[in-house]
Design a protein around this ligand. Sequence first.
Ligand code: ADP
Ligand code: MG
Ligand code: MG
Length: 210
Amino acid sequence: MEITAKDLVQYFYSVVDVIEKEKDYLSELDRHLGDGDHGVTMSIGFQSVKEKLDVDLANETDCGKISTTVGMTFLNAVGSSVGPLYATGFMRGGMVVKGKEVLNDENLTEYWIAFVKGVKERGQANVGEKTMIDTLEPFGKALQEIFTSTNNFKKAFHKALQAAKEGMESTKELLSKKGRSSRLGERSKGAQDPGATSAYFIIKTFEKIL
Ligand code: ADP
Ligand code: MG
Ligand code: MG
């Protein structure tokens, strides 16, 4: 399969819409675990991305430039912990598809693997610590494994989303070890992690352009 720069821009517009739709839900999750701002933060970030898409990226043909610019724009707009995390993901993804107008199965797999690695390196969280890594690491692992055995990105991505969903849901029963909510100790159990949830929305939305 092939994804063009136009499709990628369309993907980011879809993320903008999904974040707006889920804004209150994400903040509600963060009220149980943190300072209740996750939805607002994500919305501020992606509204800024939307402006950038409208103004500078509408006719951009370099997929790398699109993703890198999205990352930088998100970073500049967002003050909280997710700013550098998602920014690094989109910028690292952008680096591996630099100069490409069309992405094939292999490029797409590499893009998402680089995204996950970037977030992980930036935040230094491990699976089981109740963060977006609980969604992203199983997703990246499944994507890599299934793509290696099938050479079919769409199929691998679809199955990896299942692993991501299970990872996201697993955060409900976890004790927070990273970020603001780690101060809650035992009380952090019982609520799904907001970042694990927004990470799932971000990757899930990619299916729309496949
Ligand atoms: P803040 O806690 O600064 O208000 P947000 O509410 O926007 O930031 O984001 C909180 C989310 O960030 C958490 O739910 C968690 O998933 C994620 N997070 C925090 N620290 C890390 C980290 N070191 N690595 C990965 N994700 C993290
Ligand atoms: Mg917060
Ligand atoms: Mg905050």
